[in-house]
Design a protein around this ligand. Sequence first.
Ligand code: FES
Length: 169
Amino acid sequence: MSIEQEQSRTDLLSDEVKAEIDQWVARFPPEGIQSASLQSLMAVQHANGGWVSTELMDAVADYLGIPRVSIYEVATFYSMIETEPVGRHSVSICTNISCMLRGADDLVAHVEKRLGCRRGETTADGRIFLKMEEECLAACRCAPMMQVDHVYYTDLTPERVDEILDALE
Ligand code: FES
């Protein structure tokens, strides 16, 4: 069955998500609509509890009018898109060179112990997803750093990390 013959899944997207996608689409020329893929997936992910199912990827592709495989490629390439269910909050501790030299590995060990889960896992209460690994997030000057729900936190210490994580509901 061709993509044209498959049933459109755009009804899986809320009006709010469609409006956000429209805002991103408007930033690109019509022939560059594919450039809105990543932000469209981010909008869907945000509305779907932190991850994007295959059906939702299809919905984004159908809404943008591009091949579904193009969206699968984006969703599986970028580390900020989760394709499996995860905890309510996403925590990524950068372990690349600058952060590593300033104690990132110790921070990871501290967080794993405190949360009772390893990287790549979600806490038993579903509160926090500790991402597997994160490459340099371009905040080396303020290493060590981490992202929580895609917001940067820098110049971290174990005590500061505890404060940040404890505030997550
Ligand atoms: S190495 Fe961690 S932000 Fe660059």
